[in-house]
Design a protein around this ligand. Structure first.
Ligand SMILES: Cc1cc2nc3c(=O)[nH]c(=O)nc-3n(C[C@H](O)[C@H](O)[C@H](O)COP(=O)(O)OP(=O)(O)OC[C@H]3O[C@@H](n4cnc5c(N)ncnc54)[C@H](O)[C@@H]3O)c2cc1C
Length: 399
């Protein structure tokens, strides 16, 4: 057992985890983050999903502080529909700095692989890393692993997939260079657009012209900086983020498809003649994993009813975004929801693990049904859920 005692231990230093840690530290808690990669930010950085949706109504939260800080350094900007786009490497550096300033302990390259319990209380998180097997004791624990690994390993109840057990496809983002922002205006999904053909449809047709039937029917390019764009152009179907073999298969197939798309676009010449693949995301993007059972479960009906809660921890303003569940979709989406944005709240109880006294979830693994998850999972909301769960955990640790 590591000798240090923590008030709050955050498993997973991704979007919600890093915000939970900062939120808890600002409430005076001694915090530890356990993260399997070597950077903070998760989907924002190792996933290269550098496009924060539902960030526009979050002025009083740390996610806005992050956006304003990146913007002031010329490393990010607010773009279409108030979404925030930024340089992923700048985000990594900023999150390291913020956590260092808050005196948060961080362990990178450390995989959370178990828990120690005394009845309904968690007493320690178990990890494996280059240092071997270790355990870290704390008063309150937050599972921000995206897939609910820590709650699962502690024996919590959970659900996965829709009523047929189908899950949203994975996708791998990439950064490409050698493109001229002016020439690619009609393909740029970070701009407001009008007209009959969306940038996504235009890009799909162009990739088809290059000789590839793209697995994601709505691929997208987002202008980043200089001659660089973010590219998302693949769907990997029928794979699970909680299966290591599937994660490997998904990464290999996604990287191969991205490589082929870039090579074939280059062969088209014209506006594509200098395109280069700079980087594929270090982590394949997993849209959904386990949804851990909480003391409350957010449902699609709650969203349609614009449900408000006394213990609200996040105001969401987004629609139901379920990508195609099988490869035969013609539209890229699975047809859930009514296509509209909805305003609703997430209660703290949906982030409190059912059956445990001192265990919370943050981010996409909180308690919700399949369709509701497809809404609140976007990173502007995952960030605010994380921050407020961190604060609640810190307050509980003081009792
Ligand atoms: C392909 C894709 C496209 C998306 N597009 C958008 C978009 O355009 N805009 C938007 O706002 N949202 C988008 N999202 C949704 C959003 O990015 C995520 O739902 C959100 O970031 C989830 O936050 P999180 O904190 O739950 O998980 P993450 O940010 O994924 O963080 C989880 C962290 O836990 C770590 N971890 C996992 N397991 C362990 C373990 N056992 N031990 C230690 N560490 C562990 C991971 O390495 C990671 O750092 C997209 C998601 C995907 C996958």
């Amino acid at each position: 057992m590591n000798k240090k005692q923590y008030d709050v231990i955050v498993c997973g230093g991704g979007v919600s985890g890093v915000l939970a840690a900062i939120g808890a530290a600002r409430e005076g808690a001694k915090v530890l983050i356990l993260e399997q990669t070597n950077s903070l930010g998760g989907s924002w950085t190792s996933g290269l999903v550098a496009w924060i949706i539902d960030a526009q109504n979050k002025k009083e939260y740390i996610v806005s502080e992050i956006a304003e800080s990146l913007k002031s350094k010329g490393k990010g900007r607010f773009a279409r529909s108030g979404c925030f786009i930024y340089e992923p490497e700048a985000m990594k550096i900023l999150l390291d700095k913020m956590c260092t300033e808050e005196k948060i302990d961080i362990r990178f390259n450390t995989f959370v692989c178990g828990s120690q319990k005394e009845g309904g209380r968690i007493v320690a998180a178990e990890t494996v890393s280059k240092s071997g097997k270790e355990s870290f004791s704390g008063k309150v624990f937050i599972d921000a692993t995206g897939d609910g690994d820590f709650c699962f390993l502690s024996g919590a109840e959970y659900e996965k997939g829709n009523e047929e057990g189908l899950m949203q496809p994975m996708s791998m983002f990439a950064i490409v260079s050698g493109l001229d922002a002016g020439e690619l205006e009609a393909y740029d999904n970070s701009r407001e657009f009008s007209g009959d053909i969306s940038p996504k449809t235009r890009l799909y047709e162009e990739i088809k012209r290059a000789g590839i039937e793209c697995s994601q029917q709505k691929p997208a390019l987002f202008y980043l900086f200089n001659d660089c764009f973010l590219l998302t152009a693949n769907h990997i179907y029928g794979v699970s983020g909680t299966n290591s073999e599937d994660l490997t298969k998904a990464a290999v197939s996604a990287r191969s498809e991205i490589g082929s798309i870039v090579d074939k676009l280059k062969n088209l010449g014209g506006i594509w003649k200098n395109i280069h693949l700079v980087s594929t995301a270090p982590s394949v993007g997993v849209r959904e994993g386990r949804r851990i059972k909480g003391e409350y479960t957010v449902t699609l009906e709650d969203i349609y009813a614009s449900k408000q809660f006394e213990d609200s921890i996040c105001d969401v303003c987004f629609g139901i975004d379920v990508h195609a569940l099988t490869k035969d979709s013609k539209t890229g989406y699975a047809g859930y929801g009514d296509g509209k944005k909805h305003n609703y709240q997430i209660p703290l109880r949906a982030a409190k693990c059912y059956g445990f006294d001192n265990l919370y979830m943050a981010g996409r693994c909180i308690s919700g049904d399949f369709a509701a998850h497809a809404s609140y999972r976007v990173s502007g909301d995952a960030a605010v859920i994380g921050e407020n769960v961190g604060k609640a955990a810190a307050r509980q640790a003081k009792i």
